[in-house]
Design a protein around this ligand. Sequence first.
Ligand code: ADP
Ligand code: TRP
Length: 332
Amino acid sequence: MKKTILTGIKPTGRVHLGNYIGAIKPALKQAKNEELDPVYFVADYHGLTKIRDQQQMEELSYGIAATWLALGLDPTKVILYRQSDVSEIFELSWILACFSPKGLMNRAHAYKAIVEKNREGNREEDEGVNMGVFTYPILMASDILMFQTDFVPVGKDQIQHVEIARDIAAAFNFQFGETFTLPDYIVDKNTSVLPGLDGRKMSKSYANTIPLFEEPDKLKKLINRITTDSSDPTEPKDPDTSTVFALYKEFASDAETIEMREKFKEGIGWGEAKKELFHVMDDFLAEPREKYRYYMTHRDELDQILEDGARKARAKAQPLLKDVKSKLGIRR
Ligand code: ADP
Ligand code: TRP
């Protein structure tokens, strides 16, 4: 039987190059693997822990679906859906909550980080924490376990969440016998953390991102804002510590990358390097940008694709949920 690989992206910001390099590109590569059954979704209910604006939620959610499709995901070969369309996930989430020790949630990194910040600021520990944030890992466990997922490709920050899903599954299986597949995370070792405009990790939290489908003139302006040192054009530059080079190598061919590495070592002006970066990026992104625009202006088509995906997802989820409920003595 094919192994299931599943991943979700939450709609909490415009998709940026870091998301593409770190999450979307590796996932698309795996979608081509014939031995895997890929499942992708828009984690809109996870986004609700942060986004409280009707229009923003709508734009960002469609944006993620359109991004997957623009970059070549084929919805006839993989399942692509909106989390909120699959009610089974939320039913299972409650069940899993009843098998999740509260202490497990207390130890989750994202929650712990907020508590720590509050302590430092002499605020009440749980200030700004809603129960969605606190139980976030349980809903994520449900996303994963609902589809008997074998592999979850994630960024490093999400490893703990997959481990929590595994723990919850093991607790249920221990009491009721083999029910849930124990998931493993996949972290792409070749994927580096992409730096943003200021050299720190590109992240919407730092407002240093380059949106993936930015218009060419804006893209050019953003590239010009990338922080560089004040060395002379003729001075040799270290490609391995340069944000410009880090971005360049993600979009250029191997031959172009080798050539650019040489140019850095010989000395290249930052203006020139940025111009070349813009060219390789724009070449690569031009077509997906058009497709993205198409889907964002044909939302009925997006809805159709997502609804078809949800139908397939629910058909997969229902037998497992039925089995779980029957084991619990809860039948319809
Ligand atoms: P952000 O940091 O902008 O809030 P998210 O936490 O929503 O991004 O990340 C979504 C996915 O994109 C995760 O799998 C994460 O590991 C990946 N990702 C985010 N930023 C980067 C980056 N700068 N480099 C590589 N991967 C990234
Ligand atoms: N928590 C993930 C993130 O912040 C998004 C997500 C929700 C997810 N459910 C998932 C990822 C299930 C993988 C599998 O990026």
